[in-house]
Write a protein that binds this ligand. Structure first.
Ligand SMILES: NC(=O)c1ccc[n+]([C@@H]2O[C@H](COP(=O)([O-])OP(=O)(O)OC[C@H]3O[C@@H](n4cnc5c(N)ncnc54)[C@H](OP(=O)(O)O)[C@@H]3O)[C@@H](O)[C@H]2O)c1
Length: 325
């Protein structure tokens, strides 16, 4: 079996032969057909605190494939079943283990390469908009990094939930068209005058702001927030210590909610919520409400190059890797 994993200096990755992981009680082993590639892998690889459980580390937080073995006590899944699962690391592998309670059957007609983008990317989109933002019909949504893996499904999920206008921002002008193609109504490169551009589209401000850029854009977020807005922080792509949060007066004065989101912590504390979001996401794919586009990387050997693209901020859309044996 070969697995892609980072070296302990956080700067290199290699494909290696490891023993197949065995499912413990409450877990399943999955023959992985496709695994999602995520920016969080990059954060683990470069050694950001809290992202890799130890070295050497096998990255990968989302897979789709077939059930290979059941751990003790697992009753709701069966051998050979097509599943998608949130993995706590170890997903970029031919065989991965996942907790059974965050492993969900893939509806017939949903290809496994698309299902592989559901456990982290699509579920995050669903949970950000529903559990965190508690979006209401007609509300305006703005997301930074709108052309990325998460960004490329958020606009479609927001539309499915009945949102109002959907605005994306991207770090480079060449990403504007990429983001637009995934369903954002308006997309701005962040080298434009964003408060001015946004105010023309959302004169009363933005109700839901999804910000994966750490605290770098928080001042802007507060400037464009509508009274009663929810700003959700869920990333730190530059690594390091983020800037302090804004003074209390700006939150109180704006009636603005500042919220944090961590899929890994939800997975550890409320797995049923994560599984429900995963099922919702897969159903949205099955009924055509959401049509994730994925770039399929043909082998584990190519994954490190995709991580390098993401690390440099020049990736586009969602990447999954095909596993062969
Ligand atoms: N909290 C959670 O549970 C959770 C779950 C999933 C993802 N996330 C976060 O959501 C974000 C998107 O994840 P993804 O996997 O879909 O990645 P991605 O969007 O495909 O790639 C990361 C994007 O971050 C932006 N970025 C901003 N500053 C950057 C920097 N200093 N270096 C590199 N990239 C930078 C770039 O887009 P622009 O240049 O267009 O801004 C880049 O394309 C990541 O920050 C990730 O950590 C959080």
């Amino acid at each position: 079996m070969s697995i892609s994993g980072p070296a302990s200096d956080g700067s290199t990755s290699k494909v290696a032969e490891l023993d197949d992981p065995k499912p413990e009680a409450g877990q399943v082993a999955i023959d992985v057909a496709y695994a999602g590639i995520n920016f969080i892998d990059v954060m683990a690889r470069r050694g950001d605190p809290g992202y890799a459980s130890g070295w050497p580390y096998v990255p990968g937080l989302e897979v789709a494939g077939t059930v290979r073995a059941l751990g003790e006590g697992v009753r709701d899944l069966h051998l050979g079943q097509r599943v998608a699962a949130f993995t706590s690391g170890g997903g970029l592998a031919q065989v991965a283990v996942a907790a059974a309670d965050v492993t969900v059957g893939v509806p017939g007609g949903v290809p496994l390469e698309i299902a592989a983008a559901a456990p982290l990317a699509l579920s995050t989109a669903v949970l950000l908009l529903t559990e965190k933002a508690r979006i209401r019909p007609g509300e305006t949504v703005l997301m930074h990094s709108a052309s990325g893996g998460i960004g490329s499904v958020v606009a479609q999920v927001a539309a499915a939930l009945g949102s109002g206008v959907r605005i994306g921002t991207v770090g480079r002008p060449e990403k504007v068209a990429v983001a637009r193609a995934t369903g954002w109504d308006e997309v701005f490169s962040r080298d434009t005058d964003l408060p001015d551009a946004v105010s023309k589209i959302a004169p009363d401000g933005v109700d839901v702001i999804l910000d994966p850029t750490g605290t770098a854009l928080l001042d802007l977020d507060l400037m464009i927030a509508a009274p009663g807005a929810r700003i959700i922080l869920f990333g730190n792509p530059r690594g390091g210590t983020p800037e302090p949060l804004p003074p209390l007066g700006r939150l109180i004065g704006g009636n603005v909610g500042l919220l944090g989101f961590s899929m890994s912590r939800l997975n550890a504390t409320v797995p049923a919520l994560v599984a429900r979001a995963l099922s919702t996401g897969l159903d949205m794919i099955a009924d055509g409400t959401v049509r994730p586009e994925v770039t399929v990387v043909e082998s584990l050997e190519s994954v490190a190059a995709v991580h390098d693209l993401l690390a440099a901020g020049v990736g586009n859309g969602k990447y999954v890797v095909k596993l062969t044996r």
